[in-house]
Design a protein around this ligand. Structure first.
Ligand code: HEC
Length: 193
């Protein structure tokens, strides 16, 4: 999952299992499918490094490396990863014009279809809403089942966090960084969740 613009998000990982970047930053270090390193070992390696203890001292006032400080340092770094200069961002700021094709893509992306008046639309922004196109940031309301998998194949997703069967197969929508007219459709197989 892209790490950009996380400063404005309140739930992390595909299934939203942490509420702060500080908690989120530690989990991939220990996860057997990611870095598979115990946090104690990570602390020991950083403590033994010639450079890091000094950097921890200037950031936190102590040369002692702790899991808490590692989480804080990584969380602060992640907050600096801001993407705000795509053509879509520039269009929002009224700095560029979209080509005809891009304008059609944007309209398709943001239009909710309404069969009763024969209005066709891609329906994308029902889930990928807001400037970040990453869904509603309040609580878990921004999590969705994108409808591509049959019920029998649904992964747990948000249900593994809330324990609510209604949340099975719901995941966090992505933050886009390109013009919506260039977007493919949802294809992500969040098979590890
Ligand atoms: C019902 C909610 C919903 C709708 C409608 C929806 N999406 Fe998504 N989309 C998601 C969720 C949730 C994810 C992340 C998890 C996943 O892929 O299942 C996602 C992921 C994506 C991704 C990332 C795929 C990847 O491989 O990383 C793209 C691109 C995307 N959507 C584009 C679109 C487009 C274009 C439309 C409209 C045609 C659309 N989405 C409509 C919920 C939705």
């Amino acid at each position: 999952m892209a790490l950009s613009n996380l400063h404005w998000q309140t739930k992390f990982f595909w299934n939203g299992r942490t509420a702060t970047l500080e908690e989120q930053a530690i989990i991939p270090i220990e996860d057997p499918l990611e870095m598979n390193l115990s946090i104690q070992e990570a602390v020991a390696r950083l403590q033994a490094d010639p450079t890091y203890p000094k950097l921890f001292e200037s950031a936190f006032g102590s040369k002692e490396v702790t899991p808490d400080y590692i989480g804080k340092a990584l969380g602060q770094f992640e907050r600096t990863l801001i993407s705000a200069n795509s053509k879509f961002d520039k269009w929002i700021r009224n700095e560029v014009k979209l080509t005809d094709e891009e304008a059609l893509g944007l309209e398709l992306f943001f239009t909710h279809p309404e069969p009763s008046i024969q209005l066709r639309g891609g329906n994308c922004a029902d889930c990928h809403l807001g400037f970040l196109t990453s869904g509603d940031p309040i609580g878990f309301t921004g999590f969705h089942n994108n409808g591509l998998d049959p019920d029998i194949k649904l992964k747990n997703g948000l249900m593994s966090v809330t324990g609510n069967a209604f949340d099975k197969g719901k995941f966090k929508p992505l933050v886009y960084e390109t013009s919506p007219s260039q977007l493919p459709t949802c294809t992500m197989d969040a098979s590890t969740l």
